[in-house]
Design a protein around this ligand. Structure first.
Ligand SMILES: C[S@@+](CC[C@H](N)C(=O)[O-])C[C@H]1O[C@@H](n2cnc3c(N)ncnc32)[C@H](O)[C@@H]1O
Length: 285
């Protein structure tokens, strides 16, 4: 009897033990399942975005000291655009001033990054009259660096920009933005450290990638539309040398629902980078 009673006792206590286990394990199992589903969802979400990565590999970088002559050879048939400048037909149409209009062109971000990266090559995408490029040239020289700054711009400005810049001459409907940029570089005595690449950002960045001209700093400040910024960041990112940095202006540009920010944030997400803000500029780290 005693034995039977004990057996019953032990079987009922093992039943309640099982119940207790089940009570504890069940929610934990549900929770684990939920976590697993969420994790799988999160991972598959990321792999969706990964398919938007640009997979192009650029040609191995050529030595920085060879880049300027390479570009002069390949773009300007071996003659610097500053040779015999200005041409007679434009000479009296250009203004010489030591004040160059730009936007946030002297912001602290330039000095912060130049001090940190000590760039041999800077590629600026979107230069206009050269204000930021001239500032960077002056900074690098002050820090004793021998930096080359390559300025990508189609030198067309944007539709309607002449309203704000009536002092830039126009010749047969062609605004002399390129010549005025060259003139500014001459005025600031920076013809040895700045070189224009007068093409669309798309064309110029593809060619730099093909020619092995990589940069320590790439600054994005051309068109501020989402698709353009997106393309410029993707192409600019390909030519960054190890230890280099890509950054750009107008993170808070209102545009179409903050389109610069949207492009930068999407790129950062796909590449698992962080967006650091320095004044009006964004930096990917
Ligand atoms: C905001 S301005 C650059 C300002 C300059 N970084 C500064 O701080 O003084 C933009 C420039 O980008 C150029 N640009 C716009 N879209 C371009 C494109 N797709 N390819 C090349 N240049 C472009 C325009 O011609 C204009 O000069």
């Amino acid at each position: 009897m005693k034995r039977k009673h004990n057996k019953r006792l032990s079987s009922s206590s093992s039943l309640s033990f099982t119940n207790t286990i089940l009570k504890t394990v069940k929610p934990a199992a549900y929770f684990t399942l939920l976590l697993l589903t969420y994790t799988l969802g999160y991972l598959s979400h990321h792999s969706d975005l990964d398919s938007f990565r640009v997979e192009t590999q650029c040609v191995e970088p050529i030595p920085p000291e060879n880049t300027r002559q390479t570009l002069i050879d390949l773009i300007f048939n071996g003659t610097s655009p500053f040779t015999d400048f200005p041409p007679p037909h434009a000479a009296d149409k250009l203004y010489r001033s030591n004040k160059v209009k730009g936007w946030g062109s002297n912001n602290a971000v330039f000095e912060n990054l130049i001090r940190k990266v000590k760039p041999e090559i800077i590629v600026e995408v979107g230069t206009f009259l050269g204000a930021s490029a001239l500032h960077m040239a002056e900074l690098t020289q002050r820090l004793g660096l021998k930096t080359q700054i390559y300025c990508i711009d189609d030198f067309r400005g944007w539709a309607g920009f002449r309203e704000q810049f009536k002092n830039i001459a126009i010749l047969n409907g062609d605004v002399l933005l390129y010549y005025q940029f060259l003139q500014n570089v001459v005025t600031f005595n920076q013809t040895g450290s700045i070189l224009p690449l007068p093409f669309s950002s798309e064309q110029a960045l593809i060619k730099l990638c093909e020619w092995g001209v990589w940069a320590d700093l790439v600054e994005i400040d051309a068109s501020h539309e989402f698709l353009s910024v997106w393309a410029d960041i993707n192409r600019g990112f390909l030519i960054i040398r190890p230890g280099g940095v890509i950054f750009g202006h107008d993170y808070f540009f209102p545009g179409d629902n903050r389109e610069v920010k949207r492009a930068v944030d999407l790129f950062a997400k796909i590449h698992h980078l962080k967006v650091k803000i320095d004044g009006e500029h964004w930096i990917l780290i």
